[in-house]
Design a protein around this ligand. Structure first.
Ligand SMILES: C[C@@]1(CC(=O)O)c2cc3[nH]c(cc4nc(cc5[nH]c(cc(n2)[C@H]1CCC(=O)O)[C@@](C)(CC(=O)O)[C@@H]5CCC(=O)O)C(CC(=O)O)=C4CCC(=O)O)c(CCC(=O)O)c3CC(=O)O
Ligand SMILES: NC(=O)C1=CN([C@@H]2O[C@H](COP(=O)(O)OP(=O)(O)OC[C@H]3O[C@@H](n4cnc5c(N)ncnc54)[C@H](O)[C@@H]3O)[C@@H](O)[C@H]2O)C=CC1
Length: 247
């Protein structure tokens, strides 16, 4: 197929879902902004160390330390803190310290977010809605962080209540499908069938889908058809089915 191709609109950010599970993340500072950063990276299963004099900790950060959700170093930042670190987030009320940390990270090619200094950020945070495995991030690319918050809440309010649960059930079904049809060459067929299930079933159907329903549904993968949830349940002898019977 020839064009039309998407028009390029420069000036944006590359929005990614960065995988930081078990990566070493250094948070410099222990105030309110640091507390927000810590929530973001812990939600992505990172291995987090906080550097700040204890006297500067806010209640939330002190709680994370007490609960051993993060490691803690009770002093100001020192350059050796960067050894072996994968990402740095600073949130300190000392612009000189911020600048020094940024320069060191830049030299060592460690990606960094320097709160309060957008030009010294390799990446910005955004306003994130989370519902189970579903995440939606809004960025205004530095123009209006509070507006990002307002847009994010508006989007969240317009979502179906069960969207996160539906995404979670689909994830289980997809992993089972990969076991039933693991071959590389099956990629196009697998993707087409999975797309059809997502299009033809309602979110409620996807949420209600039991493990037994999944096994039955996967029986339709070979012929490449997608039955309704009702049809799936009619095939199950011990019937999770409790709706009207249709032939
Ligand atoms: C560039 C960026 C770099 C980064 O921090 O990564 C940045 C920079 C700055 N923010 C400042 C101020 C505020 N930041 C917030 C809130 C958030 N800020 C976030 C991200 C970002 N902030 C990145 C751009 C993201 C984007 O543009 O979309 C959010 C989305 C995510 C998060 O921080 O986790 C989070 C909302 C999370 C949520 O609600 O879910 C509020 C509102 C509040 O606190 O309620 C205010 C006050 C009101 C206002 O200014 O809008 C100032 C000081 C300006 C000054 O001095 O006047 C600077 C520095 C500057 O602009 O120079
Ligand atoms: N998203 C953003 O970019 C935003 C940035 N800010 C800015 O971010 C900075 C931090 O804000 P808050 O958390 O509210 O400040 P805060 O005053 O509550 O916390 C500052 C923290 O930095 C620590 N600290 C200071 N010097 C340090 C050093 N050399 N090494 C290690 N820790 C050190 C202190 O102990 C304290 O825990 C401020 O400059 C603020 O203006 C504020 C709002 C939003």
């Amino acid at each position: 197929m020839k064009g039309p191709y998407p028009e390029i609109q420069g000036g944006g950010s590359l929005i990614l879902a960065w995988q930081i599970r078990n990566k070493k993340i250094l948070v410099v500072g222990g105030g309110e902004v640091a507390a927000g950063r810590i929530v973001n990276v812990l939600n992505a299963d990172a291995n987090v160390t906080v550097i700040s004099p204890r006297a500067g900790l806010n209640d939330e950060v002190a709680h994370r330390i007490e609960q051993k959700q993060v490691a803690f170093v009770d002093r100001k930042f020192e350059p050796s803190d960067l050894d072996g670190v994968d990402m740095v987030l600073t949130a300190v009320d000392d612009p000189e310290a911020s600048s020094q940390i940024y320069k060191l990270c830049h030299e060592k090619r460690i990606p960094a977010n320097i709160a309060d200094v957008p030009p010294e950020c390799d990446f910005y945070f955004g306003s994130v809605h989370r519902d189970g495995p579903l995440q939606i991030m809004v960025s205004t690319n530095g123009n209006g962080p509070k507006l990002a918050n307002i847009v994010r809440r508006q989007i969240a309010a317009s979502l179906p209540h069960n969207i996160g649960a539906a995404v979670q059930r689909v994830g289980i079904l997809r992993r089972k499908l990969r076991k039933v049809a693991p071959a590389q060459e099956e990629g196009p067929k697998r993707m087409q069938w999975m797309s059809k299930v997502c299009e033809q079933w309602t979110l409620d159907d996807l949420c209600d889908m039991t493990e037994e329903d999944m096994e039955t549904l996967l029986g339709f993968y070979r012929p490449g058809t997608v039955p309704s949830l009702e049809q799936v349940r009619l095939q199950e002898p011990d019937g999770a089915y409790d709706g009207p019977f249709l032939i």
